[in-house]
Ligand binder design. Structure first.
Ligand SMILES: C[S@@+](CC[C@H](N)C(=O)[O-])C[C@H]1O[C@@H](n2cnc3c(N)ncnc32)[C@H](O)[C@@H]1O
Length: 290
């Protein structure tokens, strides 16, 4: 039976504050929001602050699809963007608004809505961000079409989807799928294994984990798409559940050799709605000024 979006909504209602257990500050205070933000950008997603281009969209119209508690959307607003956001969950919408209110930050519209039917007009935004969301919605293809629809003709999307990196093959497939027998128990369905083991509390209705070829197919209607792997993640960049982290020199060596391009567990997808400028020929460049 096809997955109903209500199931997705219900699942995320119970997990509506990503990474909340990492702060001991008063929940929903400014200090608490700040603490989660610091941990997110310095530790858990250290690539995000640069790659989400928070500083480069001042004065532009930015939409976030799947805001969670609004940590990323706040960054665009702090840098002068005119921001809007949607999330499937009512609670997440309230938390995101609260995150803005405790800072006295303005926003255009933050409301409940689905990525599969984005409640905004065509050609409305300069930038759409969706981080760790579209792999959870039943119809990811439709959600990406919707992202494209609401972008202005020269607009840009930044999307994070899960990738098949080290964690995928070692942890999901080998340890959980084979050694713990989940692949056999779930009727030889890898998708069922991914759904079961990928989120912190497990048992998500859908968690897509993609190859580069699948990502290319999903974004086929964008004339220019840059797809790169990011994030070595747990044990390398942070100690999961306050456990252990590998010695820093190992992580540094892996970063030195750009290992995340091969082993990274996130796809960072930057997609442009307009075609890129035409490339010049090599000879053309050589005989040009500059
Ligand atoms: C893993 S959290 C990510 C939240 C935030 N982007 C972050 O990185 O912290 C997934 C979020 O996506 C939302 N979500 C799931 N499916 C959605 C959909 N179809 N439309 C809008 N939001 C959705 C959930 O309610 C949840 O808040």
């Amino acid at each position: 039976m096809p997955l109903n979006i209500k199931e997705v909504q219900e699942y995320w209602r119970g997990q509506n504050v990503p990474q909340q257990w990492y702060s001991n500050k008063e929940p929903f205070s400014l200090q608490w929001f700040n603490d989660l933000s610091k941990k997110r950008f310095k530790t858990f997603y250290s690539y995000l602050h640069k790659d989400a281009e928070f500083e480069y969209h001042s004065g532009e119209k930015v939409l976030e699809v799947g805001t969670g508690i609004g940590t990323d959307l706040v960054q665009y607003a702090l840098n002068g963007a005119k921001v809007s956001g949607i999330d499937l969950g009512e609670d997440q919408v309230s938390f995101t608004k609260l995150n803005f209110d405790v800072r006295g930050l303005p926003y255009d519209e933050i409301k409940q809505g689905s990525a599969e039917d984005i409640p905004f007009d065509d050609n409305a935004f300069d930038l759409v961000l969706s981080f760790g969301v579209l792999h959870h919605t039943p119809n990811t293809e439709l959600a990406i079409q919707e992202v494209r629809r609401v972008l202005k003709e020269d607009g840009q999307a930044i999307v994070m989807l899960y990738a098949r990196g080290w964690k995928h093959y070692l942890k999901r497939c080998f340890l959980h799928g084979i050694l713990l027998g989940k692949w056999f128990r779930f009727g030889f369905s890898w998708q069922a294994v991914y759904n079961e083991v990928s989120e912190v509390n497990g048992g998500a209705p859908k968690t897509g984990i993609y190859t580069k070829r699948q990502v290319k197919k999903l974004f086929k209607d964008f004339p220019e798409v840059v797809i790169e792997k990011r994030r070595l993640g747990e044990f390398f960049e942070y100690a999961p559940y306050r456990s252990r982290i590998l010695p820093e020199f190992i992580t540094n060596i892996l970063h030195l050799f750009k290992a995340q391009a091969l082993l990274g567990e996130n796809w960072l997808i930057t997609a442009y709605k307009a075609p890129p400028p035409k490339p010049r020929s090599l000879l053309g460049v050589l005989f040009k000024n500059y």
